[in-house]
Design a binder for this molecule. Structure first.
Ligand code: DGY
Length: 325
């Protein structure tokens, strides 16, 4: 008998083909998120769950899953999963680190450039037929090259972001819970700074910390006030790291110049204040969304899940204690 698994959202054909070799697969290929009640009902008899950041895997759900051995998230972030509750029940949890670093870093840079050079504003202007010709003082943006970049969160993705900064001759400062190895600092030409110092010095601030209770509203009204008036804030990690209402005020009042956002509190129900502002570039949580990367993420999650259900150590196990339980 193959183990039974549930795949909660649409994945690629090759992902399902791979999973079907090892598992009896029930999958929601309609790509409409399952309601919590539907998810609970479908998962009750399953040995494995492959899910996304839109599925909330909390203690109450896990309590109804007598057979569940593994939760394989198709994402590197796993704030949708109650890891402690998984561990307490001996359920392995996995994520997809590594395969999305470059794509997510690229998107962070796309937001930096788009916000600095006002790309979404000027595109609207052209599409609306407003462009009547070249003018010297037209659509003045801010320079990225030779500016100071502040990266908050110097994990894998933060480091890839820093690496790309050398092409723009930027000065890189970073803040992280723990200072990274000196060898990494040297390679990236990056200097450690306290969060306050980084906010005061950086022309561009990119947020790349995981979302946890400690990083909830890491950037709020107080922090925004510490930034330069000409600064640009980019959030390419998780909504909730920024206090969206405070950011809207700061963008409206000129506390900072602009923002580029791929993630929001309560997404996809974003705060309507953002829609009234021209100095914010908005993207619908597509940091890792390239064809190759999303395929790699789905396959990484599938391999984690199959490893867990065939008695092996999943390559990206988040809670090794659960395996011993
Ligand atoms: C992740 O992997 O955490 C991304 O946000 C999903 O796109």
């Amino acid at each position: 008998m193959k183990p039974k698994i549930l795949v909660t959202r649409e994945v690629f054909d090759e992902t399902l083909e791979y999973l079907s070799q090892y598992c009896d697969v029930e999958s929601n290929q309609t790509d409409v998120a399952l309601t919590p009640a539907d998810l609970a009902q479908r998962i009750a008899s399953k040995d494995g769950l492959m899910c996304c950041l839109t599925d909330r895997v909390d203690a109450a759900l896990l309590a109804r899953c007598e057979r569940l051995k593994v939760v394989a998230n198709i994402a590197v972030g796993y704030n949708n999963i109650d890891l402690a509750a998984c561990t307490a029940r001996g359920i392995m949890a996995t994520n997809t680190p590594g395969v999305l670093d470059d794509s997510t870093a690229d998107l962070a840079w796309a937001l930096v450039l788009a916000a600095a050079r006002r790309l979404t504003e000027v595109e609207r202007y052209i599409r609306e037929g407003e462009w009547k010709g070249w003018r010297l003082k037209q659509w003045l943006g801010t320079d990225v090259h030779h500016a100071t970049l502040g990266i908050v969160g110097m994990g894998r993705i933060g480091q890839v972001i820093a690496k790309r900064a050398s092409g723009f001759d930027m000065q890189v400062i970073y803040h992280n819970r723990h200072r990274v190895d000196e060898a990494i600092e040297r390679r990236l030409n990056a200097t450690y700074a306290s969060l306050d110092e980084l906010l005061a010095r950086a022309d561009f601030v990119i947020l790349q910390v995981p979302y946890t209770p400690e990083t909830h509203h890491l950037i709020g009204a107080g922090q925004l006030k510490k930034m330069k008036r000409n600064a640009v804030l980019v959030n390419s990690t998780r909504g909730g790291v920024v206090d969206d209402a405070a950011l809207i005020d700061a963008l409206k009042n000129g506390t900072i110049r602009a923002a580029g956002l791929d993630v929001f509190e309560n997404e996809p129900q974003l705060n309507h204040g953002f829609l009234q502002l021209n100095n914010v570039v908005l993207a619908p949580h597509i940091g890792s969304s390239t064809e190759a990367t999303r395929r790699a993420m789905a396959m990484t999650a599938a391999k984690n899940l199959v490893a867990a259900l065939t008695g092996q150590q999943p390559p990206n196990l988040l809670n090794p204690e659960a395996r011993k339980a």
